[in-house]
Ligand binder design. Structure first.
Ligand SMILES: Cc1cc2nc3c(=O)[nH]c(=O)nc-3n(C[C@H](O)[C@H](O)[C@H](O)COP(=O)(O)OP(=O)(O)OC[C@H]3O[C@@H](n4cnc5c(N)ncnc54)[C@H](O)[C@@H]3O)c2cc1C
Length: 221
């Protein structure tokens, strides 16, 4: 059913989208597998690209032919160069984006690429043969072969959400965690850990009195 791919990318977040286009633009036949096609390139939290230390990375990705900067330009609602009161080494470009336009633009650019195929399913394991990774195994038990596999699972591998005193499994709010790959990687000799993210409160814009707020024009110090 599936051809053998040069590259399989697991997880279509920002990293997975960039990995897929980087490989595809170099001529590889790529399969981008992700658990939900409707969350391709979803902005997890603050819908911003760039900021201190990260703005430089977005520009480096741009210089290398990646799409994050292009998608950001197409879906931007505000751009600021942060830290302009300090020296140039501290300046940091940061865009605030419309999260729906951002994801839609990414998906459109990926779907326009002739070297990228898509598959919607969770990947619980890698296909290991003679000690080498030869593809993936999907939750339906499908084996898909490739020369290499790129894992860009973001916050989903054995993901755990903490809200107050409560803890429950999840990749992001409303999305299930991905299990299986971490255990397999540990069996193969890798070490696994978990890093923490933070998230700001979500507020209803209709409950705000905008007359009491200060407008932030672009490029202010
Ligand atoms: C609540 C929250 C707040 C955050 N706040 C910030 C912040 O303020 N600033 C910041 O820089 N970062 C923040 N992050 C981190 C954020 O995850 C990253 O910035 C960014 O989204 C990581 O991109 P990514 O491509 O690595 O992974 P993600 O965007 O997490 O994408 C991973 C993708 O892989 C898919 N996937 C995962 N496992 C599998 C599998 N086994 N099979 C199939 N598909 C799979 C998922 O469905 C998802 O589409 C936050 C994350 C969360 C959850």
């Amino acid at each position: 059913m599936f051809p053998k791919y040069n590259v399989i990318v697991v997880g279509a977040g920002h990293a997975g989208c960039e990995a897929a286009v980087a490989a595809a633009n170099m001529g590889s036949k790529v399969l981008l597998v992700t658990m939900n096609m409707n969350t391709i390139a979803q902005m997890s939290c603050n819908p911003a690209m760039g900021g201190v230390a990260k703005g430089q990375i977005v520009r480096e990705i741009d210089a290398l032919g990646g799409y994050s900067g292009i998608v950001t330009d197409h879906s931007m609602v505000q751009f600021r160069m942060l830290n302009m009161s300090k020296g140039p080494a501290m300046w940091s470009p940061r865009a605030q984006n419309d999260r729906m336009m951002f994801a839609a633009k990414w998906r459109q650019m990926l779907e326009s690429h002739p070297n990228i195929d898509f598959w919607q399913e969770t990947v619980p394991g890698l296909l290991i043969k003679n000690g080498a990774c030869k593809g993936i195994v999907t939750s339906l038990g499908l084996e898909i072969e490739s020369d290499s596999v790129v894992l860009t699972n973001g916050t989903f591998l054995n993901g755990l959400i903490h809200i107050g005193e409560k803890q429950f499994g999840g990749g992001r709010a409303g999305e299930k965690a991905a299990t299986g790959i971490t255990d397999q990687l540990i069996e193969l000799g890798f070490e696994a850990g978990r890093m923490k993210t933070g998230t700001p409160p979500r507020i209803d814009g209709r409950s705000l009195d905008y007359t009491k707020m200060e407008i932030q024009p672009e490029m202010t110090k």
